[in-house]
Design a protein around this ligand. Structure first.
Ligand code: MV4
Length: 447
């Protein structure tokens, strides 16, 4: 196994990876910006290297600084965490070229899935249903109009280099398409340096369901069930659960088997997620994420598999420690994302944590780098804690979630805890009756 791993990230996910390394007897290197000198993941790492000033461009995205830190500390491997450089194929390739192991998929698979048009074509070729749409980027307005007529309005314009909600625009008819196409192309060029746009049929009220997968690059692929991630606002997930309350076992087995077969064919290595929209009993592939995700913990809670430990084993050349038959998916798990934000208008609320008490007890997990006296910096994502609860049933899980939220004390800053408390009391949420637009309506009526 690796002797030393450098963790190229910050906050709760850096701490999560630090924990897995230490449980495997691996020493850790925390790299950090000057804003994060006092962070808990930095305190708990075996070695630390300051890699630059607070802006991510100058530190957590600074590839030469990270590779230099790996060289001077003698690290064997680099875990990118999530966000930042986790889906940067050039970074993955550079890590390997410098003689370190990249703890993640191959640079080729990252590149393939980063191009949403190629990813969709690959998914279709691998037997996964995709949203009806243009098979390629549209060349000009005439091409886009022809594609939209074939698909049927309304359509969505999506950037090939986008993903996660960035660079998406709807068009209800040909007039809107004519107005939107140049805007979408200019926006995609400005944001991603690539103006390729493709079209898809606009699904009205889907749910967002994603399958958690692990591959060892040696023929072994397992799934850890699906997650329902439909509760989002402005493309920021608020709460995730596993299994999805929308699926029966037949539908579940069908999509899980398709996802496993596809990644087997691809020869995929490391953790990955296939994202689907689900509407009227049908699944439609939208994207594949080639990284560990924030919400991986709900899949860990129902499967008992430590996804980060498996990533470390796989990157070290070991086969998966599990066959599918070894994994029993048990009970129900829910994750609440706790952000340092106003629960009313979601404005960021950085500052000093004056009081801190995390919930505990049976079936409760808190992944957070917070502590009393910590100063939440203003430079980064506002996620400061994940509260994950597990129960034998969804009902038990909801009761436990209500109990754990009531125990959680985070003083001195505003957080989204009060919003989660309102959510767990809502009858529609408790019934599992929600789609990707439900949270916006809930906020409008309960705010
Ligand atoms: C869609 C869609 C409806 N129809 N594609 C937004 C994030 C990106 N990953 C895909 N997204 C969507 N793609 C078609 N053909 C609606 C969304 C969408 C969405 C998807 C998942 C979760 C929340 C969402 C919120 C708004 C729109």
């Amino acid at each position: 196994m690796f002797d030393k791993v450098l963790i190229a990230n910050r906050g709760e996910i850096a701490l999560r990876i630090n924990r897995a390394c230490h449980e495997m007897g691996i020493k850790t290197v925390a790299v950090h910006s000057t804003a994060d000198s006092h962070a808990m993941n930095v305190r708990l790492a075996d070695e630390t290297v300051c890699i630059g000033p607070p802006p991510a461009r100058a530190s957590y995205l600074n590839i030469p600084a990270i590779l230099s830190a790996a060289t001077i500390t003698g690290a064997d491997a680099i875990h990118p965490g999530l966000g930042f450089l986790a889906e940067n194929a050039d970074f993955a390739a550079a890590v390997e070229e410098h003689g370190f192991t990249f703890i993640g998929p191959s640079a080729e698979h990252i590149r393939l899935m980063g191009d949403k048009i190629r990813a969709k074509a690959a998914a279709a070729r691998l037997g996964i249903p995709v949203v009806p749409g243009s098979a390629q980027a549209v060349r000009d307005l005439a091409d886009a109009e022809a594609a939209a007529r074939a698909i049927g309005y309304p359509v969505l314009l999506k950037a090939a280099a986008g993903g996660g909600g960035r660079g998406i625009r709807p068009a209800a008819d040909a007039a809107q398409l004519a107005r939107m196409l140049p805007l979408a192309q200019a926006e995609a060029m400005a944001a991603f340096g690539d103006d390729a746009i493709y079209l898809e049929r606009f699904l009205n009220r889907p749910r967002h369901i994603e399958v958690q997968l692990l591959g060892d690059g040696q023929g072994g692929i397992i799934h850890l069930g699906e997650r329902d991630c439909s509760l989002q606002r402005a493309h920021q997930k608020l709460l995730e659960e596993a299994p999805s309350p929308a699926l029966d076992n037949g539908e579940r087995e069908r999509i899980l088997a398709l996802a496993v077969a596809a990644l087997q064919e691809l020869g995929y290595k490391s953790a990955g997620t296939i994202e689907f929209l689900y509407e009227d009993g049908a699944f439609y592939f939208i994207e594949m994420n080639t990284r560990l995700q924030v919400e991986h913990a709900v899949s860990e809670m129902i499967s008992g598999v430590d996804i980060v430990k498996e990533q470390l084993r796989i990157a070290n050349g070991l086969p998966l420690g599990y066959a599918q038959a070894d994994i029993a998916l048990n009970g129900h798990a829910i994750e609440c994302r706790i952000n340092a934000e106003s629960p009313e208008d979601f404005r960021p609320c950085p500052g000093r944590v004056s009081e801190y008490h995390a919930p505990g007890g049976f079936g409760v997990r808190v992944d957070s780098a917070l502590y009393q006296g910590y100063e939440v910096p203003s430079y980064y994502d506002s996620l400061v804690a994940k509260l994950i609860v597990h129960g034998r049933s969804r009902e038990e899980c909801l009761m436990r979630l209500r109990r754990a939220l009531a125990e959680y004390v985070i003083g001195g800053i505003e957080t989204t805890i009060p919003l989660h408390q309102r959510l767990v009391e809502d009858p529609e949420f408790r019934r599992g009756a929600y789609d990707i637009h439900w949270l916006e309506r809930f906020l409008a009526r309960s705010g």
